[in-house]
Ligand binder design. Structure first.
Ligand code: ADP
Ligand code: MG
Length: 319
């Protein structure tokens, strides 16, 4: 076996890479920039691979799905637009390819013999939840007139958000991963599996049709936590663009939280310390992971992944 099973630690980690990490909002984000950021973001994964961790990688797709939606919108007179679930799978494919190739090159340079594969996975959600009030903004900002045209022509629901008019979609809570069994087999053999890009494609089980896709997006940190529980991971590592979770974030008195028990994190979540739609879902995901049997959940800056796992950086949540 080429996966160096002899040197594996038998500890499994889920690494969740932030979407903004691969394409910062400040950049136009052509493919060269995206590949460059992808390469920079893989240091922690290479280091964990060297230390013998079993690894699955989940990544965001916020900026990229926004670009796909715009491409479909601009081309709608020529080509029928693709549904959101299909576009999520599309971005998971091509972003997965960028991560896969960059990681293969980085591992080879480091002399680490591990295989890497990207896999398209479906995430189970409750169909009622998937049809609930759309709250998650996706895509570019528009003016009210554009929002009305796209409602008429494409059936989009849009809302005024702090960043302008945006299409909004439901963001159902993930309950399981259809392909968890094969992901676990591969990860246990030492294969580094890249999956659930953009949170994975949401599906539900219909008694007649069986698996059916829905037009919604799943939070990638929540999906990573469900995957961790499904494949028996000990550790969840959420990498993003801040040093960790803060108390009083954005105030002069902000304070980085080094270590939190689940009970402390829950109380702070209830008190509204963590931004809805950003740090909030990360802390919720960390708590869900711990409740499902995970041991440690870390939130850290993208380039501090290894230090975080060693307890030297970021925020760690534990029972
Ligand atoms: P990602 O693309 O990595 O998922 P998000 O933008 O969703 O990134 O989440 C990270 C952001 O969460 C930070 O850039 C920060 O602006 C925001 N945030 C909100 N509340 C907090 C908090 N209490 N501590 C740290 N960051 C916070
Ligand atoms: Mg996010």
């Amino acid at each position: 076996m080429s996966a160096r099973a002899d040197t594996m630690t038998e500890q499994t980690i889920i690494v969740a890479l932030g979407g903004n990490a691969l394409q910062p909002e400040s950049e136009r984000g052509d493919i060269h920039q995206q590949v460059a950021h992808t390469r920079e973001s893989l240091g922690a994964i290479v280091a964990l691979a060297r230390d013998g961790w079993r690894i699955a990688v989940v990544h965001g797709n916020g900026p990229q799905i926004g670009d796909e939606l715009l491409r479909n919108e601009l081309a709608r007179a020529e080509m029928p637009p693709l549904p959101l679930g299909v576009l999520v799978a599309g971005t998971a494919g091509w972003i997965g390819y960028m991560i896969q190739q960059s990681l293969q090159n980085a591992l080879e340079r480091a002399g680490i013999d591990r295989q890497v594969v990207t896999l398209i996975a479906q995430v189970l959600v409750d169909p009622e939840d998937a049809r609930s009030e759309p709250t998650k903004p996706v895509g570019r900002s528009m003016d009210a007139a554009q929002a009305e045209v796209l409602k008429q022509e494409l059936g989009w629901t849009s809302r005024m958000t702090p960043g302008g008019w945006h299409r909004v979609v439901p963001s159902p809570i993930p309950t399981g991963i259809v392909e968890a069994g094969i992901i676990r087999q591969l990860v246990d053999q030492g294969v580094i599996v890249i999956c659930l890009g953009g949170g994975g494609t949401p599906v539900y089980r219909d008694p007649v049709l069986r698996l059916e896709g829905v037009d919604a997006v799943i939070d990638k940190d929540r999906a990573a936590a469900v995957l961790g529980a499904a494949i028996g991971a000990e550790t969840l590592l959420i990498l993003t663009n801040v040093d960790g979770a803060y108390r009083g974030y954005g105030t002069p008195a902000q304070e980085l939280l080094g270590e939190l028990t689940a009970a402390q994190a829950e109380a702070m979540l209830e008190a509204g310390e963590f931004g809805a739609g950003s740090m909030g879902p990360k802390i919720e995901a960390a708590l869900a992971f711990l409740r499902a049997g995970g041991r440690f959940a870390h939130v850290a800056r993208l380039d501090h992944g290894l230090e975080a796992v060693r307890g030297e950086a970021g925020t760690v949540l534990h029972a």
